[in-house]
Structures are given as structure tokens and as C-alpha cells.
Design a protein around this ligand. Structure first.
Ligand code: URP
Ligand code: ZN
Ligand code: ZN
Length: 463
């Protein structure tokens, strides 16, 4: 059905103006200050008066199907896509994380099969490289040929997902040849491993010791390492979940030398700090993720880097594990707490509340960081902006809404919220995916399986 959004304030990465938007098929077909209703008779009408209209938000870093640390992440594509849409995120990029012995092509089919016909939002993937040999290379070429134009490597998780330096070098060489971006988790796995062993041997077993086992220098060293390899290979890289200014500084130095690097921050590192993981009674396990939550004093610099654009994107690293049955696996040994914090549903509202409402980032930068940059870096055609011909993925956003986050009302599958009781200022009042209304006022109204795998073009990276 055709759709008319009347009189909303359209905000993109660069614009801010009041107009009507008319959508037919799956795209935006007209944007005019005032569209004569007689010319669009029969269209569904949404009144945007007093509201913002944003392009559908894109989360460039989520985990849905994730066999990890002896268990599986809790969400399915059915639950995660509902949660995303209710929260204003219309496209997700999932990390495919095969084990070292898994075949890349089979892994791609497995991960894709979990989303296809189930997801209510649009989706694509970063192809995990957990082994690089002649057989894996041929399969990676095929995955790229099928439209996945980014890889994922872990410089952490020794003996599980991580690759060695020879494999890293060859992955980056292949990526450069194919024009593929390599996303990377940067922490020095040997340092993590040694420090974990020392802490456990000293009886320091609680979740509060997770951060000391991988302090900021461990991450900065990981970024420095990746930058060296990116410089020598000429590959384009994307540093995921950068948690601290020390890591950003390593990337900035490399960018200044001409390295093609993009920096991501994820929501938890902007608004949660290490004191959450230090809560007594093992409650801190809810806040164990890697890189870890840092001391509060690091956040101001991260917000400044986000405001300036040095940090390009805000994702979530949504990695959902239940507290009662999964996080507890690490009681008595923090190294066994499944790493991850669920937040796909809350990213947009919390970034608006803590970023825009406090004046830390502008409205345009908010849209840019939470939507437009991800579309640009990862080549998501038709996404990330509002323009004639673009996909009609739109978020009609009510800045006057006031509410409180709770696991009792969220759509994510986890039994806890990391933001229980937190106030949000603003919420999507309507969300459309390619012209269909898929959420209204916190309620999912879309269809299971209506999400499409996104066609990927050449990444829009500089250099
Ligand atoms: O703690 C995290 N980040 N869990 C998910 C896996 C990863 O490293 O991205
Ligand atoms: Zn990671
Ligand atoms: Zn991740």
C-alpha cells in the first residue's frame, strides 16, 4: 500500500527540513513541502507533525546465531528482528562466526539459513575468517561473489575464533584484491590469556576481574597490530567495538599515515562503565563483554571522537546471553562468563537520550553514526538516507515520549536488560521497512520472514 508521511521534520546525515514523504512500492517516490492529498488518494497516512523522520537505522555489529564459550546466544532472527524494528533499526549486519574447523561456505549457508524466511528486518553479514588456507580462500571468494562484501577477524579469543598473523596477512591481501572491508576485534590474545591465568591463580575469580584481565593497553596493542598489517597490505579495515581513547589514538595515527581504517564504538562503551561489572553478588556478570566496560572517565573522549566523526559508527555488538542459565556458567571463574551485552532494541533510543538530548552529538551526526556511515562503509545500497529512489525504511520519531526500559517489556529474548529502569527520552512512533509499517509505539506490527538479504555494492571507503 502507498504511504504518505505528512509534515515531519526530515533529518538525514546532512539535512534538516520539514516536508511530506510519499512512498510507493518499496521506495520513496516523492519528497515535497506539501503533497496535495488528492494526488495520493488511497495512501495510508501517518501524521509526522512535531516528529522527526529519520532513515531506518542500521546496526553494523550484531550476533544472533552465535555458538560461543560453550553455549549459544539467546536470540533467534525472529526475536532479534522484532526487537530491532521496535527500536527503529531496520537493517542488521550479523557476524558469521565459524569455528576453526568449519568450512566457510557451509558456515555462510548455515548463518544465512537462520535469517532467510525468518527475519522481519533486512539483513546482511560480515563473513568470519577463522582459518585461512587454500581451501578456505576459494570458499571466501565464493561467499564474496554471493554478495557478502566484508570479512570479520578476531585478534582475540585464543584457541577459539582467533587467527594467527600469517592468516591475518593473507586475509587482508585477499580483501584488498576483492575490494572487501575487513572488520576486526582487536585485543592481544596472548596478553589476555596470560593475565587471565595470573588472576585466576591469585583467586581473583569474580566478574570485576574481567576488565583488569584485558586493560586498555591490551586493546590499543591489538589496534596497533591491525594497523601495521593494514598499512603493509593496503586493505581497508574497520575496527569494531573500540572502547577507549588509547585504542582510538592508535587508529588515528595510522589513518594520518594513510591507512584505510574506520572506527566503530558500540553503545555499551558509551553509557556503561566498569563499575557495572563490579556489582556484588555476581550481578556484574550481566556486564561482561570484550573489550570490557572501561572506567567512566574514558567516556567523554569517546563521545568527543564520535562527535568529531573520527569514530564513524555506533553499533551494539548485541550478544545476548541469559543471566540465570548462561552468565552463571562463569560463577567462580570470570573467564567462563559468556561475553556479551544485549542492546539491539535500545541503541537508537539510548543514543538519542544520552547523545542528542545532552548535546554531546548533533541530530545529523546521530543519523550519520547510527545509519548513514554503516550504509556507506559496507555498501548497503538504498539504505542510510532519505531520498527519492531510496528504500522506504523510515523512522517517525517522537522526541517527547518518556518511558523506562525493562526486560519485562522488551522484545529481546534475554531474561535481563543491562539498562533496567533507565529512562528514555524519545521513541519511534512508527517504523517502516521498504514502505510497510512494521512497528508502532513500541509494538511490532511487521511480518516474520518479510526481511530481505541486502544487496551489497562496492564499499564506499575513502582511498
Ligand atoms: O563480548 C562480546 N563482544 N561478545 C561477542 C563476541 C565479540 O567479541 O564480538
Ligand atoms: Zn568482538
Ligand atoms: Zn561482536
Amino acid at each position: 500500500m502507498a504511504l504518505l508521511i505528512r509534515n515531519g521534520r526530515i533529518v538525514t546525515a546532512t539535512d534538516n527540513y520539514v516536508a511530506d514523504i510519499f512512498c510507493t512500492g518499496e521506495s520513496v517516490s516523492r519528497i515535497e513541502r506539501r503533497i496535495d492529498p488528492a494526488t495520493v488518494a488511497g495512501a495510508e497516512v501517518i501524521d509526522g507533525t512535531g516528529k522527526y523522520v529519520f532513515p531506518g537505522f542500521i546496526d553494523p555489529h550484531v550476533h544472533v546465531y552465535l555458538p560461543f564459550m560453550g553455549t549459544y546466544a539467546k536470540d533467534t532472527w525472529e526475536t532479534v528482528s522484532k526487537a530491532a524494528l521496535v527500536g527503529g533499526t531496520t537493517s542488521l549486519i550479523e557476524m558469521i562466526c565459524p569455528g576453526r574447523n568449519d568450512e566457510p561456505l557451509a558456515a555462510y549457508e548455515l548463518w544465512r539459513g537462520k535469517a532467510e524466511g525468518v527475519s522481519a528486518c533486512d539483513f546482511t553479514f560480515h563473513m568470519g575468517v577463522s582459518r585461512f588456507d587454500v581451501g578456505a580462500e576459494a570458499q571466501l571468494r565464493e561467499v564474496v561473489r554471493q554478495g557478502v562484501r566484508s570479512f570479520k577477524v578476531f585478534l582475540a579469543y585464543k584457541g577459539a575464533l582467533g587467527i594467527d598473523d600469517r592468516e591475518l596477512y593473507r586475509t587482508l591481501m585477499l580483501a584488498r584484491e576483492l575490494g572487501v572491508v575487513v572488520t576486526a576485534h582487536c585485543e592481544n590474545e596472548t596478553l589476555v590469556d596470560e593475565r587471565q591465568k595470573e588472576l585466576i591463580a591469585a583467586g581473583k575469580t569474580g566478574p570485576e576481574f574481567h576488565e583488569p584481565s584485558r586493560p586498555v593497553r591490551v586493546e590499543a596493542e591489538g589496534v596497533h597490530h591491525l594497523m601495521t598489517f593494514a598499512e603493509l597490505t593496503g586493505a581497508a579495515v574497520y575496527i569494531v567495538h573500540t572502547s577507549c581513547p588509547e585504542a582510538v589514538e592508535e587508529a588515528r595515527r595510522a589513518i594520518d599515515r594513510g591507512v584505510r581504517a574506520t572506527i566503530e564504538v558500540v553503545l555499551p562503551h558509551l553509557i556503561l562503565d566498569r563499575s557495572y561489572a563490579e556489582q556484588p553478588g555476581f550481578v556484574g556478570a550481566k556486564y561482561v563483554m570484550s573489550p570490557p566496560l572501561r572506567e567512566k572517565g574514558k567516556q567523554a573522549a569517546m563521545w568527543n571522537h564520535l562527535a568529531s566523526g573520527l569514530v564513524s559508527t555506533v553499533g551494539t555488538d548485541h550478544a545476548p546471553f541469559d543471566f540465570e542459565t548462561q552468565k552463571v556458567m562463569g560463577r567462580g571463574d570470570f573467564t567462563k562468563i559468556p561475553n556479551g551485552i544485549p542492546s539491539v532494541e535500545d541503541r537508537v533510543n539510548l543514543l538519542f537520550t544520552h547523545g542528542v538530548c545532552t548535546g554531546k552529538i548533533s541530530l545529523n551526526r546521530f543519523v550519520d553514526a547510527a545509519s548513514t556511515q554503516a550504509a556507506r562503509v559496507f555498501g548497503l545500497r538504498g539504505k542510510g538516507t532519505i531520498a527519492v529512489g531510496a528504500d522506504a525504511d523510515l523512522v517517525v520519531y517522537d522526541p517527547d515520549y518518556r518511558g523506562v526500559i525493562s526486560a519485562a517489556s522488551h522484545s529481546m529474548a534475554t531474561d535481563y536488560s543491562a539498562f533496567e529502569g533507565w529512562e528514555i527520552k524519545g521513541r519511534p512512533s512508527a517504523v517502516t521497512l521498504r514502505g510497510e509499517v512494521v512497528a508502532r509505539d513500541g509494538k511490532f506490527t511487521g511480518k516474520k520472514g518479510a526481511g530481505h538479504q541486502i544487496l551489497r555494492g562496492e564499499p564506499g571507503l575513502a582511498g
